[in-house]
Design a protein around this ligand. Structure first.
Ligand SMILES: [Zn+2]
Length: 345
């Protein structure tokens, strides 16, 4: 069988579980919003700005990526700008990547830091924009709130309280960044409260820190999904992956992101094929598509060209995404129909 072609990949209806809203901002959009709101930028030349907001090669330092993020973050400046940014990212995901199920996530403390905006009003606007998009497109979406670990425990508690207040409209909760400096044990109480309230967890783990952190995350936080999780394969006993499989945890892989952040030495050694072969539920995501110069078409292409996946493997990863989705049952069934896959759920 010949490998899938680019048109085959583009036209495949897709499901994605791991995409940061703050990582979906293009240089022309930054320019447009900055001019409208009279915001300062390091440059108003589009090509120059593109270089400052898009990582094109494996990162040299975390600071390099944070600088890029801070430029994108600066344009989440008003409710109108937020609506414009979210609508644009949804339209692009739908038409360019053929995404039919999309779980979006953001960190309120990061996105709105230094802005004169209320968390609730911003959330309401993002949620209503998503609902408006769903009404006019064959598409299912949901919102996950992130606590940025590097913002400290008070920020994490505040974000968790905010998620609890918006239960029903928030589909899940995530812990992101600085995994080594902020170990899972710090979040056991917070995770238990969210789980008991019926808000499922996904945790960025096994990206910067090793398999031991993934194992601790599973034990202490009991997440339904792991973001990245690539280093789980480094456990020589195989216990970490065994547990992920036995507990039905979904690994949200983001291959190009994992390569750029040095979580994997090369795409050829990425564990995605291994996950799928072992029967571990694994999805494919783009993480921060504009910041990392990628999208799902590119991710699927890399999975084929560099990891040897077939069209059937790509469909399996899509099915895994629907099965692992935090969306309510009726929406998941609807999404399954849209991507033409029957999930075993
Ligand atoms: Zn992420």
């Amino acid at each position: 069988m010949s490998p899938p072609s680019r048109p085959d990949i583009q036209s495949l209806p897709k499901a994605e579980l791991h995409r940061h809203i703050e990582g979906c901002v293009r240089a022309p959009t930054i320019l447009r919003i900055a001019k409208k709101h009279k915001l300062p930028l390091p440059t108003f030349d589009e090509a120059e700005l593109d270089k400052l907001v898009r990582l094109r090669a494996p990162m040299k330092s975390l600071e390099e990526v944070l600088r890029m993020f801070s430029i994108a973050q600066s344009v989440f400046v008003s409710l109108e700008a937020i609506e414009e940014l979210v609508w644009e990212l949804l339209e692009r995901a739908y038409s360019e990547e053929n995404i039919r199920l999309l779980e979006l996530r953001y960190s309120p403390d990061f996105m709105l830091k230094g802005k004169n905006l209320d968390w609730q009003e911003a959330f309401d606007r993002i949620h209503s924009t998503l609902e408006r998009f769903e009404k006019t497109h064959a598409f299912c979406g949901g919102l996950i709130l992130i606590a940025s670990r590097s913002f400290g425990m008070e920020s994490a508690q505040k974000t968790a309280e905010f998620a609890l207040r918006n239960k029903g409209r928030v589909i899940g909760f995530d812990l992101a960044d600085s995994e080594s400096a902020y170990p899972p044990s710090l979040y056991a109480g917070l995770a238990a409260r969210l789980r008991e309230a019926g808000i499922p967890l996904t945790v960025h783990s096994g990206e910067e820190a090793g398999w031991e952190s993934v194992l601790q995350t599973l034990e202490l936080l009991k997440p339904r999904r792991i973001g990245h999780g690539v280093r789980a394969v480094e456990d020589p006993s195989g216990r970490t992956l065994g547990r992920i499989k036995a507990e039905g945890v979904t690994i949200e892989t983001n291959p190009w992101s994992n390569y750029l952040t040095h979580s994997v030495p090369s795409l050829e050694t990425h564990p995605l094929p291994k996950f799928l072969k072992l029967g571990v539920r694994a999805s494919i995501g783009a993480d921060d598509p504009d910041l990392l110069d990628t999208d799902l078409n590119k991710e699927y292409g890399l999975a084929v060209d560099r990891m040897g996946l077939t069209m059937d493997d790509l469909r399996l990863a899509n099915r895994c995404a629907v099965e692992g989705s935090f969306l309510p049952e009726d929406k998941r069934q609807e999404a399954a129909k849209l991507i033409g896959e029957k999930p075993e759920i």
